[in-house]
Design a protein around this ligand. Sequence first.
Ligand code: C5P
Length: 257
Amino acid sequence: MTTPSAPDSPATKGSSSATDPVERARQRLIVALDASSKALALQMVDRLQGTCHWMKVGLELFTAAGPGIVGELASRGYSVFLDLKFHDIPNTVAGAVRSGASLGARLMTLHALGGPAMLTAAHEALAGMSHPPELLAVTVLTSMDAAQLKAIGVESPPAAQVERLARMGIEAGLRGFVCSPEEVGTLRGLTGPDGVLVIPGIRPAGAAVGDQKRISTPAHALRSGASYLVVGRPLTQSPDPASAANAILREMAQQNG
Ligand code: C5P
């Protein structure tokens, strides 16, 4: 299974080698750093020190802290997933993708709902770059269920809509997707081993579900074919985020051996 290369990281310095199952799990766990300020985000990063390698900067943090947060995290040794879910006309999205790449993000999202022309323009915007980030098309948000889809005029159930959007993304040249744990098996079948499948909606057994609708445990998502797991509130709202991260890493390591 392909995962973008992860540089040696001071963020997880002192952790064991890449043959260690926990270390391999660490390369596949992404923390959703959803915070309302740069200071709060960096506080959380400090509390997680030594446990995680990937940090996801989403709309809340990017809007509060500005683009500099990407470089700040990269300079601390983290690989950054820039999750801004671009959705605009093709020319604008192509420009946004180029800007995101120049910040040093390793993974970036755009909405598959933007359509084939937008996806193709985004894909082509990265052509020729020496170390382009992986573009991930968001299929159907994990907070959407059949009722929510129906409300926006989509009569197909989530699984069928995810598959339709993924096929469209593949046609446009993409191999990376964000989907729920429920659809990852189907998408792995579509992309084959080269697909980069990033799965939010991860909840360890017993964790609060929040606004997520299509969820699974870390072990189940990996078994189904996930490349990366995105975990937010079960870590960031835990009284002890580092312990919570270590528990998830152990569960991932047990699953993958
Ligand atoms: O706190 P929680 O674990 O639910 O966080 C999930 C993260 O993944 C959030 O930052 C959310 O924006 C993101 N995400 C998602 N569903 C998608 C794409 C991204 O929940 N389809």
